[in-house]
Design a protein around this ligand. Structure first.
Ligand code: GAP
Length: 475
């Protein structure tokens, strides 16, 4: 326990009405609400610098998004949380960062050149293109024309590009549609270099690209997105129990580490007819998105020995594993937990979004786990026209920067500054006031309770470290 004195300020004593308004727990949470549609989060994401439309000044481009200053922090925190749990906290998983463009034979072997297609139809009336399986009652979702579709064609979702200066078929290759294949083609390298024994996994975070026919639902279905994938290699015959292990382990991450509400996350076994060409069985982890319903954020597939076998056949390389215990050579089976950072980002934001009514006013607050919050501590001077107060606030902000992501702000009234930080999920705000000049203490305000504590400046860093814990420190 830290040795410092907390003096809770009584209501009305602080300079500035707005600061004291939220000071008593009796004045808050008359009403609490969650987001009812994507619209509010799209607007908040833009206004607060989380996500912008890509190349917006030219009218944007469908299925591409840019993560702004706060978005990139939140996204990094999600990725870091995943990496910590599945790589750094385990001794059976190692990391990899493979290239996006690979030898095109990779995609022949993996089955993507042949199989990675969506059924496509064109509306003869409005000329718009749709996934055939998204058409209801033979009616065009755009113009309403009935029975005006072309025959179904298969459309490969991989983006093509050329390596080198000549655009000829010999130079044709693809932007990877999944990060997984970079792992499979490195299986032998990692097995040998890291002297791994089964079961073991290889994890990777990276961009993937799919020329989706109908991108949409904000960042839910993009053409450029980021995946976090594990290929976990096991002895055939042990695959079903490892599959179960990974479903349970991944659910725990969403609930324990990301803090998603339990009732909003579930695992669902896919029916046989919905399985990908490589899968023996797949569970989807789904989130209950407002206005959309249950939708996939992660797939956990049993890929059997499909990929290593195919790469072995196409490359001519031996990708078997020698089991020293049984003295057998075999191709391992693979359990693949594969999730999308962008969808998780959306689920985290929607789950954390709260509206409260506080003394008749709406308060929007992102109740993010502190570990995920883009900014951990905001520092404000109560009066921005008092240089001594401003200087002290800046000194405190600078001193805290080595331990936390800190935001200094003096561009509005204190009430507005608090509201801005609530909206981006900052767990703690520090205010330097007139009294700080004489008592060398500041107030620390808690985002969720809105309670304020008076803490000596010399103890502020230690108090915040105790409140936020080590997982909130910059890495
Ligand atoms: N390697 C297996 C694989 O790629 P997937 O189910 O196609 O499996 C895994 O993709 C995850 O990647 C999905 O659960 C989803 O979170 C994310 N994802 C897939 N397509 C996406 C897209 N167009 N936009 C955003 N995320 C996507």
């Amino acid at each position: 326990m830290l040795n410092y004195r907390i003096r809770r300020r009584s209501q009305g004593k602080l300079a500035g009405n707005e600061q004291s308004r939220y000071n008593s727990p009796h004045t808050r949470i008359v009403l609490e609400g969650y987001m009812s549609s994507f619209d509010e989060i799209v607007s908040l994401c833009k206004q607060r610098g989380f996500v912008f439309q890509s190349s917006e000044i030219y009218g944007g481009i469908g299925g591409f998004w840019d993560y702004g200053p706060l978005g990139v922090e939140l996204k990094n925190n999600i990725k870091q949380s995943w990496w910590r749990r599945v790589v750094q906290m385990r001794d059976d998983v190692v990391g990899l960062d493979a290239s996006i463009i690979m030898n095109p034979q990779t995609w022949v072997a993996s089955g993507h050149v042949e199989e990675f297609t969506d059924p496509l139809v064109d509306c003869k009336q409005c000329k718009k293109r749709f996934r055939a399986d998204a058409i209801v009652n033979n009616t065009c979702p755009e113009c309403g024309a009935v029975g005006q579709f072309t025959d179904v064609r298969r459309f490969n979702l991989m983006f093509k590009t050329y390596v080198g200066p000549v655009e000829e078929s010999a130079a044709l290759t693809y932007l990877r549609p999944e990060t997984a294949q970079g792992i499979f083609v490195n299986f032998q390298n990692i097995l040998v270099a890291m002297r791994k024994k089964l079961p073991f996994g290889i994890a990777q975070i990276g961009k993937a690209f799919r020329n989706e026919i109908t991108p949409g639902d904000f960042i839910f279905r993009d053409r450029e997105f980021e995946q976090m994938e594990i290929e976990y290699f096991v002895k055939p015959g042990t695959d079903d129990s490892w599959h179960q292990h990974w479903v349970e382990e991944r659910l725990r991450w969403y609930i324990e580490d990301l803090g998603l509400r339990t009732e909003k996350v579930r695992a669902r076994a896919l029916p046989k007819e919905d399985l990908a060409h490589y899968s023996k069985a797949t569970f989807e982890i789904e989130y209950d998105f407002p206005g959309k319903g249950w939708a996939e954020i992660e797939g956990i597939a049993n890929r059997t020995d499909y990929d290593l076998k195919r790469h072995s056949q196409h490359s001519g390389k031996d990708l078997t594993y020698f089991d020293e215990e049984t003295k057998e050579h075999y191709i391992p089976y693979v359990i693949e937990p594969s999730c999308g950072v962008d969808r998780i980002f959306l689920a985290v934001l929607l789950d954390a979004y709260h509206e409260e009514e506080v003394r008749g006013e709406k308060r929007v607050v992102l109740k993010l786990k502190p570990q995920l919050a883009p900014v951990k501590v905001a520092v404000f001077p109560l009066l921005r026209n008092r240089p001594e107060i401003v200087q002290k606030a800046k000194e405190i902000a600078n001193a805290l920067r080595k331990d936390f992501t800190v935001w200094y702000d003096d561009t509005a009234s204190i009430g507005r500054l608090y509201r801005r930080q609530d909206e981006i999920g900052t767990p703690y705000c520090i205010t330097v006031d007139v009294q700080s000049l004489t008592d060398n203490a500041v107030t620390i305000r808690d985002r969720d309770t809105m309670l304020q504590e008076r803490v000596p400046i010399e103890h502020v860093a230690a108090v915040l470290k105790e409140k936020l814990g080590s997982s909130c420190r910059p890495s």
